[in-house]
Ligand binder design. Structure first.
Ligand code: SF4
Ligand code: SF4
Length: 396
């Protein structure tokens, strides 16, 4: 990879790196604030403080969405934005709407109006056609009189400045999605574990002059939770988590790396990493490439988009995160069965009575999955392990 091309300015002791967002000409911070990890046990005002703190550190790209943090994220943003009204020109606000929820221009406009109100702002700088997982969702957004037409009207009226898209399509399809000049930027799930499989999309967007925003730089928490088995990611003196953030932040093709901040310390950590922003060398990439297997693109990120859809209430995300262990650490069948017992007793599956074997294979979860996982097949495998675990318990 090449050395990062960027502007820097020193602020509060950090060297803040800014990059140009595609062809908009806007200078945005390489570290973006992802509003999906607020601690909602604390007050909205307390959470708004973290947002203000991030802006004070020079972070100027603030990303939220309806439904984040049990639908409280836009509210929290609204509180912080009101408090920062005098410096509204200093940061950019981004939010989103899904084509399947707002499938007419009127619904899309109504939703933008709702977000403007919640966010306490007259204009949304970046508005995403959100979560395009399949081509049919793109077509739904673009149909005449659909969401995109509504967003164009909002743009004419100044309610939105830039229409962008967030997608979980595979690399080659991302190229098709952006080839029609409809969007000024793209938000993609790319990180140090899956970059081999997502890179085509990143390259295509960068080449086409779009802003490229990386979500999920820590693979939905997989990297911090598995630092031991992912030690190969890191350079001397850094943790795999730090390496993963540095990977996206320093990458010339990625404009912004969204970080889901819960505390001011998280903000500091990301700023410190951006401060160094040492890009990965070709040698580093070769080393990592040698460790990464096909499995790395098939991990559940815990994004939760499958939740609430299962007719028999299977905690799908928890089961899939348990299955991640197999892919990450190549556990044997016996080890997976033992681990299932541990999960059932203490961890992710401790609270659930539902079994993998309860799946009626309706396919709703697979339709929703942002990672395109073969959930039904995995549940079948897990149900075999459930049976073995039961048998071994009965034998005593
Ligand atoms: S396929 Fe199985 S796990 Fe998925 S939603 Fe249907 S019943 Fe639930
Ligand atoms: S199974 Fe898919 S949709 Fe559900 S949490 Fe995992 S990655 Fe997200």
């Amino acid at each position: 990879m090449n050395v990062i091309e960027c502007d820097e300015s020193t602020l509060k002791g950090y060297v803040v790196i800014y990059k140009t967002y595609g062809q908009t000409g806007l200078k945005v911070s390489a570290v973006g604030f992802g509003g999906m990890r607020f601690d909602i046990k604390q007050s909205k005002e307390k959470n708004a403080e973290i947002l203000r703190y991030a802006v004070d550190q020079g972070i100027n790209y603030l990303d939220t969405a309806p439904m984040y943090c049990e639908d409280q994220s836009e509210d929290i943003f609204g509180i912080a934005i009101k408090q920062m009204a005098a410096q509204r020109e200093d940061f950019y606000v981004s939010t989103k709407g899904m084509p399947e929820d707002f499938d007419t221009a009127d619904k899309a406009i109504g939703h933008v109006d709702k977000s403007l109100k919640l966010l306490n702002t007259d204009t949304i700088d970046f508005y995403h056609v959100w979560c395009v997982r399949r081509w049919s969702e793109y077509e739904l957004a673009m149909k005449p009189g659909g969401q995109y037409d509504g967003l164009l009207k909002c743009k004419e009226q100044g309610k939105i400045k830039h229409i962008v898209v967030s997608t979980h399509l595979r690399g080659p399809e991302v190229g098709d999605l952006i080839s029609k000049d409809e969007f000024e930027g793209v938000l993609l799930g790319v990180n140090i574990l899956n970059f081999l499989y997502r890179w085509e999309g990143v390259q295509a967007a960068h080449k086409a002059g779009l802003g490229v925003v990386a979500m999920n730089p820590l693979a939905g928490g997989i990297i911090p939770q598995n630092e031991q088995s992912l030690a190969f990611l890191a350079d001397e003196g850094e943790t795999p988590t730090e390496a993963a953030l540095r990977f996206c932040i320093s990458c010339p093709q990625i404009t912004i790396t969204l970080n889901g901040f819960t505390t001011k310390e998280h903000v500091d950590m990301a700023c410190k990493i951006a401060d160094k922003a040492e890009p990965f060398t070709d040698e580093d990439i070769k080393r990592i490439r040698g460790h990464i297997t096909n499995n790395m693109d098939a991990l559940c990120t815990g994004c939760g988009y499958c939740m609430g859809r299962c007719p028999v209430d299977i905690p799908i995300s928890n089961f899939m995160q348990y299955y991640n262990e197999k892919l990450l650490t190549n556990k044997t069948e016996r080890e997976m069965i033992e681990h299932l017992g541990f999960q059932r007793k203490w961890l992710l599956l401790a609270d659930s009575k539902e079994k993998a074997a309860d799946c009626v294979q309706c396919g709703r979860c697979e339709m929703a999955c942002t990672q395109h996982l073969d959930i039904i097949k995995r549940l079948e495998k897990i149900s075999e392990w459930e049976k073995s675990l039961e048998n071994s318990k009965q034998k005593g």
